[in-house]
Design a protein around this ligand. Sequence first.
Ligand SMILES: C[S@@+](CC[C@H](N)C(=O)[O-])C[C@H]1O[C@@H](n2cnc3c(N)ncnc32)[C@H](O)[C@@H]1O
Length: 455
Amino acid sequence: MEGERSLTYHTVTLGPLTRSGLAQAEIADEHASGTGEAPISRPRVVEVPAGLPGERVTIAIEEPVPSARRRRARRQAPPRVWISAIHEASPLRVPAPCPVFGTCGGCQLQHMRYDAQLAWKREVVVSLLCEVGGFDALELREIVRATEPCDVPWHYRNHMRFSVNREGQLGLTARGSHGVLPLSSCPIAHERINTVLGVLARHVNPRPQVLVRCGAATGQVLMQPAPAPEVAEELSQAGIEVHTQAIEERLAGEIFRIRPSSFFQTNTAQAEKMARLVIEGLLQDRAVVSVGASSLGQSQALPKPALSERRPVLADAYCGVGTFALLLARYAARVYAIEESPSAIEDAQWNLRQVSNVEILKGKVEHLLPTLAGQLDGLVLDPPRAGCQEVVLEALLQHPVTRIVYVSCDPSTLARDLQVLCRRQTTYRLLSVQPLDMFPQTSHIECIAILERQA
Ligand SMILES: C[S@@+](CC[C@H](N)C(=O)[O-])C[C@H]1O[C@@H](n2cnc3c(N)ncnc32)[C@H](O)[C@@H]1O
């Protein structure tokens, strides 16, 4: 009936996790037979937040209210599902510290032991590389490394975008809805962001959103919009001097300026490891640099380049504020840094102001890389979640580059692009894929893949 919600309870054994980190549960769904006889029972799979494979649980399912708009669009909203009782818990289950875990759209895995999160992430990568990438499961055993853990898998996020509800309360949005869950702290936000959140929770905040960023290594805090004077005063008493235009962050011994809308890696400690993996992946065999796995995560300047070799010509495609370009400059004859966002370009120009061998190319990678690829010895690709455009991959097939390091925040588009580069054509060989836990407690997976041109 229109406007009435239906709520049912089912006791089930939970199946595997989806790639979004939700447990699958099969239930029997009853439909009217249409003949006036007994209803027909059909199996249906629902996705259960905060569940783990093999657990015996009772789940509550609240069907959405059918709206005329959705009926016209022939689109049914997913039901709201939650665990109402756990009868047999998985040995992988741990208490989730966040009171809104399971309801909040931010985290999916707080209830899972951290070592199991890491193992699950590797499995997701392997299965996508098999199913989408067309790679053989046996060869992937060697190629896909164990997920690189985050040393402290809490309070790592240096960037949070909070939503503000009609009452001016700040929070994160509930899973599958626009409803705001008011918060005064978040267990994955950096402690300085939580200090800000604690102060803002006592005030009526401007809608629709408040962005808070902090330099994990510098301690600087940026807010947008700028806080009202009385809020700024309270923040100052809490030890936070607010920046509104840009902050600085230190990574691998270099300082980067970051403006509010420029991309910067969300987890500074893991970004440091990533930077080392990128440099190592691109240059290791050139005897230009040796950055062993043992040095991962050490917050110090990168090693000096050897002087013996011809220095390579490199490109940092989708370069953001110039992170990899700046770190690679000392090892290269020339680095081309490609970026389309005006804000990130402005930051990159500042961050690269003291290096003379980096050229910033403003525009889309798909427009600029095809004419550049033929000159390159090495390339970093770090696209957004959508992965690389077909024209970018085509250019890399037409003009093979000796080494490519592909940094990906979505293993499904990584697998799709690797299929083109290494399987549809065998122009490149996949040397390694290193999952790196940039986003602990969530289902997001970051990977660094290293490709070599086939002889
Ligand atoms: C995942 S971020 C990587 C940034 C940088 N490599 C880093 O580690 O900080 C992707 C970047 O690509 C830029 N971008 C997205 N689509 C692009 C395109 N088609 N051409 C050029 N840049 C693009 C975004 O503005 C963003 O800065």
